[in-house]
Design a binder for this molecule. Structure first.
Ligand SMILES: Nc1ncnc2c1ncn2[C@@H]1O[C@H](COP(=O)(O)OP(=O)(O)OP(=O)(O)O)[C@@H](O)[C@H]1O
Ligand SMILES: [Mg+2]
Length: 600
């Protein structure tokens, strides 16, 4: 990609995010340009020092030249400093805006996106790729504007001081331009490799840190460390290569100035001998030539940072343009009236590039009904939960909520009406109660307490010194598997969705807790439609109906005879918390609610 194309792609990406920061950026650039003029003026005054004060050894001219020099220098330094602060504030603002938008975009993607993209790679895009684009597109624009102005102003000064000497000095420019263009191309390839390697390294780190328990248990630590080290070597080599090409690019700029300075000194001495130039003029001519070194190398390395930014802009764009496989409907239909049912109508589905998982699956879960879904591991039970939550769209058939195809509802309607407690629920790194409240932050304390009591979390929390205010730790690691499951179910209950899907809810629960759980399900307010995915026969028996998923098809089975212990689960025997109704009935929590008839 050429420098101009990379400039265009990065600037185009950044442009919308400069809103609110444009004043700071533009004033930073203008002040930077003022500083360039100050630099040129200061150098000219310095020439006066040589010709009017030093060469004639005349002190009388010193005070006013000195004052002029000091005033110009202070103005130049002040505008340079304020320019840098303004640009930093604008640039950081742009970074924050782009980063937040990218984060929002990632978090709004459906689950299928996360099935395809590696977390470590996504983190690299949010972090270093955004920085890279900013460094070029905001700070880089300032550097470029400044450099161009410096080149124009200083070259103008050279021509004004001595046109012949300028011709001698600039003869090297075409060589520099060709060299930087060729090296810029190489830089783009090297940059892309460096980004890819850095991202791989983050990927290995992320997977290893997340799976550290298994890594230790199965002795993978050594292998993972070696893999991390190996990726680290590749990343190191790519970074060194990047620096090497960058340095060559910079060296071309330095060499150009050195060659030009030597040519100028040679020709300048000849002019001095023929008295067509003064020492002062030759000195400031050389001064301007040396000042050209920085902007020329800046412009040269702009190609390099442009190449890096173009690679990063491309990686960020991949996220912004990633296909949303479950797009929002153009004109979303109204939310279904509650209570509502969930229906699969001849649903066929396969994951991309995989064999068919569901084959014309049809079933319904009606309000007030608990339906158990069982089947072999890998049969597609969790896939049904994902389709009900519109993580994916079916390849054939329809998933209906209250008779409305999920594809016609906006995502907030779907998530607000279908609560899924995943097989591996994720907890936030905060307190137990905040994790429950996360489902509905505006819920009243009585509703939160009610949900907590319904799953026996109050008893769990009572064992901790800080009760419900106990921190659950990263990924909920401060709680047992069963305790995490309870938090996740309480959270789902609080969100009041009329359809509740519980995927292996008794995972990690002991037998007594499983018994409590089935009682809790029985005590839920009657109008929820509940789909219970389970391998546990005792749990399946608490359902009104049983669906068996096998070979991609669902078959209804007669409801199994309730187990003896369930018959014994009368209100008198059930723990009171298990019988507490959920949501807004906390005031009556001391009044046991009889399990529905199906239990007796
Ligand atoms: N994200 C995915 N991409 C590709 N294939 C997947 C994905 N998730 C699941 N599968 C495949 O789809 C099939 C059904 O998986 P699913 O998780 O629905 O099974 P399950 O019935 O819930 O199993 P289990 O009882 O073990 O939880 C499996 O063959 C699985 O390998
Ligand atoms: Mg599953």
């Amino acid at each position: 990609m050429s420098t101009s194309t990379s400039i265009r792609s990065s600037v185009a990406m950044m442009a919308p995010y400069t809103k609110g920061h444009r004043f700071a950026i533009v004033s930073g650039i203008i002040l930077g340009i003022i500083a360039v003029f100050g630099q040129a003026a200061a150098l000219n005054v310095f020439g006066k020092f040589i010709d009017d004060v030093i060469v004639p050894a005349d002190f009388s001219a010193f005070p006013h030249v000195a004052i002029l020099y000091a005033v110009i220098s202070v103005a130049m330094i002040a505008s340079g400093c304020v320019s840098q602060v303004a640009l930093a504030s604008g640039g950081e603002g742009v970074v924050r805006s782009l980063r937040s938008e990218l984060f929002r975009r990632i978090m709004s993607m459906p689950a299928s996106f996360f099935d395809r993209n590696e977390p470590g790679d996504l983190l690299t895009r949010i972090d270093s790729d955004v920085d890279e684009v900013e460094v070029f597109a905001v700070s880089g624009i300032d550097t470029a504007a400044n450099a161009v102005f410096q080149v124009v102003v200083f070259t103008g000064m050279l021509v004004w001081l001595d046109p012949e000497l300028t011709l001698v000095a600039l003869v090297i420019v075409p060589v520099v331009l060709i060299a930087t263009k060729l090296l810029g191309r190489r830089m783009a390839a090297v940059e892309a490799e460096a980004r890819r390697r850095a991202s791989n390294l983050m990927g290995v780190a992320e997977q290893s840190v997340n799976g550290e328990a298994d890594a230790r248990a199965f002795g993978w630590v050594g292998a993972l460390t070696r893999r991390f080290d190996e990726e680290g070597r590749h990343a190191q080599a790519a970074a060194v290569k990047e620096t090497r090409v960058g340095q060559v690019l910079e060296a071309v700029g330095i060499l150009a100035v050195v060659v030009a300075a030597l040519a100028v000194i040679g020709f300048g001495v000849y002019q001095l001998s023929s008295r067509t130039i003064t020492i002062g003029t030759l000195t400031i001519f050389l001064g301007f030539l040396m000042e050209l070194y920085e902007p020329i190398t800046d412009l040269g390395s702009l190609g390099a940072s442009g190449a890096a930014a173009a690679v990063s802009a491309g990686r960020i764009n991949e996220i912004f343009t990633a296909e949303n496989t479950t797009p929002e409907p153009a004109a979303p239909g109204p939310a279904p009236a509650t209570p509502t049912d969930l229906r699969f109508d001849a649903v066929t589905f396969s994951y991309p590039g995989r064999a068919r998982v569901l084959d014309a699956v049809s079933f319904a879960v009606r309000p007030g009904e608990v339906v158990a879904l069982v089947g072999d591991s890998g049969a597609g039970k969790s896939t049904i939960a994902r389709l009900a939550h519109r993580d994916y769209d079916p390849s054939g058939g329809r998933v209906l909520l209250g008779g409305r195809d999920l594809r016609t509802l906006c995502s907030s309607t779907v998530t607000g009406n279908v609560a899924v407690v995943n097989q591996f629920p994720a907890l936030l790194d905060t307190t137990i109660i905040e994790n429950v409240r996360a489902a509905r932050p505006r819920a009243g304390r009585d509703e939160v307490d009610s949900a907590i009591r319904a799953v026996g979390l109050d008893d769990v929390a009572a064992a901790f010194p800080e009760g419900l205010e106990t921190q659950v730790g990263p990924h909920g690691r401060g709680l047992s598997g069963g305790q995490r499951e309870r938090v996740a179910i309480a959270r789902a209950l609080l969100c009041r969705a009329p359809v509740l899907i519980l995927d292996e809810p008794t995972n990690g629960l002991d037998q007594a807790s499983v018994t409590d759980f089935t009682a809790m399900i029985a005590a839920l307010p009657g109008d929820r439609a509940i789909l219970l995915i389970t391998h546990d026969q005792a749990v399946a028996r608490c359902a009104d109906r049983l669906l068996v998923l096998s070979h991609g098809r669902v078959a209804a089975q007669p409801t199994p005879t309730p187990l003896a212990p369930r018959r014994a689960m009368t209100p008198a025997r059930l723990p009171r918390r298990a019988l507490a109704p959920v949501a807004s009935q906390a005031g009556n929590s001391s009044t046991p609610v009889s399990p529905p008839d199906r239990w007796l």
